[in-house]
Ligand binder design. Structure first.
Ligand SMILES: Cc1ncc(COP(=O)(O)O)c(C=O)c1O
Length: 419
């Protein structure tokens, strides 16, 4: 019997995911260990999108006909569901294209007019651990405004170095933008503690929750953040829709990012006024089918229980860390215990390039990610150019973890690497 506890009925879950039933590369069962890039989608999500198109397809917030009303209900119903999932108010949920757009929205709004405007000499604090989506927009904000970008370093173990947190957040710090779970090392930084320190000095806090909302219970009030960003496609939902949570008073103070139809109050040739949030930040015809899919994904995860989802992934991660530790020549990047760590496990195989590891695993039907995973500075900090990364989700099994470990040993033999 496995020493790793089960918290989900994985067999029943897998039956909901058509893609997991297919075979790849000469009839091998697909072992999908790349959910950190994007998750597979259950039939419930696919059906929700199909039902929208088959029965209610129409532009939300427009038209005085029944289908238009239904589309508006679907869209606003999804907003309410997401708000409840995060412990937020409905008006604090802005739909975006993805997490990247949500972060850009905040970074652009902070360089626009208004009381939140970042000025020359202000400081933006990020970390060396960030995905490029929570790094490049802040670099660009600094270029536009003359603010200075500062960052917290990463320890050799892949944790955030918080020794200098107090001195790094100064009276000039306007926003601290930090990941809530690293997409490379799985590290879960103490965001609530960072938020408290930031607020004491009057700075705002944004959490990049692209890898946390899909995998652990997240309550924005408990975290104490001002903004939080994530994508539907990493949490069993569709592409093309993401979420920005923003505290109501802050969204109210922010100028629009993208402009056009649906976000205006009055338009004259001389100028326009804008709707209150969240509509102010949602120009154009909204992605209603995608919102329906996201709502179905939220329902699916809620039915499983986010605590169970996190416990299942912790069990798989513990197994993967143990299995990798047993392989000579494999180095795990980041924490090698599951404490404050989620289910992203990146590693190096001595003498075998990550792309070669990935290719051999792929031939065995095992899908992993290779490269810098859009976190180049983090890889540099950990002293590597690139890595191989396995990420786990609700449908992964302990047998799949064992198959990955066997695959890595096979890759070592194949390339004549030291074992
Ligand atoms: C930690 C983190 N932040 C942000 C993103 C960006 O997400 P998206 O590409 O869906 O906007 C990702 C995607 O991999 C991520 O892992």
């Amino acid at each position: 019997m496995s020493t790793y506890p089960d918290h989900l009925d994985v067999e029943a879950i897998r039956a909901d995911f058509p893609a997991l039933a297919r075979t790849v590369r000469n009839d091998k069962p697909l072992i999908y260990l790349d959910s950190g890039a994007t998750s597979q989608k259950p039939v419930q999500v696919l059906d929700a999108e199909r039902e929208f198109y088959e029965r209610h397809n129409s532009a939300a917030h427009r038209g005085t006909h029944l289908l238009g009303e239904e589309a508006t209900d679907v869209y606003e119903g999804a907003r309410a569901k997401v708000a409840a999932f995060l412990g937020a108010d409905v008006g604090e949920i802005v739909f975006t294209k993805n997490a990247t757009e949500a972060i850009n929205l905040v970074a652009y709004a902070l360089s626009g007019p208004g009381r939140l405007q970042v000025r020359p000499g202000d400081e933006i604090l990020i970390t060396e651990m960030e995905h490029h989506a929570n790094l490049v927009p802040w670099q660009q904000l600094c270029e536009r405004t003359g603010a200075t970008l500062r960052w917290l370093d990463v320890t050799p173990e892949g944790r955030l170095d918080l020794d200098h947190l107090d001195s790094m957040i100064t009276g000039r710090t306007r926003i601290v933008a930090v990941t809530h779970q690293s997409n490379v090392t799985g590290t879960i930084p103490p965001v609530a503690e960072i938020a408290r320190a930031a607020h004491e000095r009057g700075a705002l806090v944004l959490a990049d929750a692209a890898q946390s909302v899909p995998h652990q219970p997240v309550d924005v009030a408990a975290l104490g953040v001002d903004f939080l960003a994530f994508s539907a496609h990493k949490m069993l939902g569709p592409y093309g829709i993401g979420v920005l949570f923003g505290r109501a008073g802050l969204l109210e103070a922010m100028p629009p990012f993208l402009t056009g139809g649906s976000m205006i109050e009055v338009v004259r040739m001389e100028g326009s006024t804008f709707l209150p949030p969240p509509q102010r930040f949602e120009p154009g015809v909204p992605a209603v089918a995608e919102a329906a899919g996201l709502a179905a994904a939220v329902d699916y995860l809620t039915a499983l229980g986010m605590g169970n989802v996190a416990a299942h992934e912790e069990s798989l991660t513990a197994h993967a860390l143990d299995a990798l530790r047993e392989i000579n020549g494999v180095r795990i990047l980041g924490p090698d215990t599951t404490k404050d760590r989620g289910g992203a496990v990146a590693f190096e195989v001595d003498g075998v390039h990550p792309h070669d590891v990935g290719q051999v695993l792929d031939e065995l039907g095992i899908a992993v990610r290779t490269g810098h995973h859009c976190a180049w500075p983090l890889h540099r900090a950990l002293g590597v150019q690139a890595s191989t990364r396995a990420t786990f989700y609700v449908y992964n099994t302990h047998d799949e973890v064992d198959a990955m470990a066997d695959g890595i040993r096979y890759a070592q033999r194949f390339f004549g690497a030291r074992q």
